[in-house]
Design a binder for this molecule. Structure first.
Ligand code: F6P
Length: 327
């Protein structure tokens, strides 16, 4: 079976980019090891810290963030990193050509229940001649050089693209290597499965209310077919299911907290996942616009998300055309 780095080189990936991806996979293997040790590693449970977005950090969030940050900042090819767990960007003492944005441990509320969690990463080129500041990261998803996630589930999988096919690697725990197990992920265009946190139903706006209501009406409703629902509460696990067998994943606008109407972060979660979904033949939108076209206004920006099987995403967008925009 092919190992990660040779497959990247076979795709003509530059050595500098191979080296950045290598750094990420080293950190991911360490995170995977610690997660699989679970309570034995003595790192589970909440710490007293809160990250800047007001969520309680788990100790493993901190450990994962620290690992990725430290290793990436040591890389000669990285200029700066932006992490979901950091207030601001962190500049490397080295002046590499790449910027890396990451969510070190997405879906971390699943840690305490031994559920799936993941690391998401996005690699951008440092804009030429630009002063080092947060602005360097304010590039649309379509500018990404590479994107991927690592799913720490029953097995640890790395799913990534450098702009070509989406490749899936599985961590062989016996030799400590990511081995290529799927040459080209392809998301089926049609689906009968959706993923949404249904408990927020009363807070959604008209387009999603109408769309989900028609899915729930199944064979008797306007869609004329039954839909299944799944929700892991970890974007990596939910998007991985979509990547594996199709589906529609959404975290829409909702009215719970007017000051925070969207949940998912553009830079660390949405842009990289959108690149992967599109490269696997799916679509990713905020209901109106392609997510990969959105230029971030700040590094911690959140957006509404609808992604997955192309025909189903198109269908959901039709409901957005027919109902007033909530924001
Ligand atoms: O952004 C963090 C995250 O955990 C995502 O991974 C996941 O899709 C979502 O939040 C789950 O949100 P909720 O707890 O509202 O279901």
């Amino acid at each position: 079976m092919k190992r990660l780095l040779p497959t990247l080189r076979a795709d003509q990936t530059s050595e500098s980019l191979v080296s950045v991806i290598n750094t990420i996979q080293i950190a991911a293997k360490e995170i995977s090891f610690r997660l699989h040790q679970g309570a034995l590693a003595g790192v589970l449970g909440s710490s007293l810290d809160e990250n800047i977005q007001g969520e309680t950090q788990k100790k493993l969030d901190i450990v994962s963030n620290q690992l990725l940050k430290t290793l990436l900042l040591e890389s000669p090819n990285v200029h700066a990193v932006a992490s979901e767990e950091e207030d601001s960007i962190v500049e490397s003492p080295n002046s590499g050509h790449y910027l890396v944005a990451f969510d070190p441990l997405d879906g971390s509320s699943n840690i305490d229940i031994n559920g799936g969690v993941g690391t998401i990463f996005s690699i951008l080129r440092k804009p030429e001649g630009e002063q080092t500041s947060e602005n360097m990261f304010l590039q649309p998803g379509k500018a990404q050089i590479a994107a991927g996630y690592v799913l720490y589930g029953p097995s640890t999988m790395l799913v990534m693209t450098t702009g070509k096919a989406v490749r899936i690697y599985t961590l062989d725990q016996t030799v400590g290597e990511f081995l290529l197990t799927h040459e080209k992920a392809e998301i089926p265009r049609d689906t009968k499965e959706f993923a949404i946190n249904m408990s927020n139903r009363r807070h959604w706006a008209d387009p999603i209310q109408a769309y989900i209501s028609d899915l729930l009406d199944g064979e008797e409703g306007p869609r004329g077919k039954n839909f299944n629902m799944r929700w892991n509460a970890a974007m990596v696990s939910d998007v991985h299911r979509v990547m594996s067998r199709g589906g529609l994943f959404t975290y829409p606008w909702d009215a719970r907290k007017p000051e925070k109407p969207f949940k998912l972060r553009l830079l660390y979660e949405v842009a990289p996942m959108s690149m992967l979904v599109e490269k696997a033949g799916g679509k990713a939108t905020d209901g109106y616009n392609r997510l990969m076209d959105i230029v971030p206004e700040h590094i911690h920006q959140r957006v509404p998300v609808i992604m997955g099987s192309a025909n189903e995403v198109d269908m959901c967008m039709e409901y957005h055309k027919q109902h007033p925009k909530p924001y």
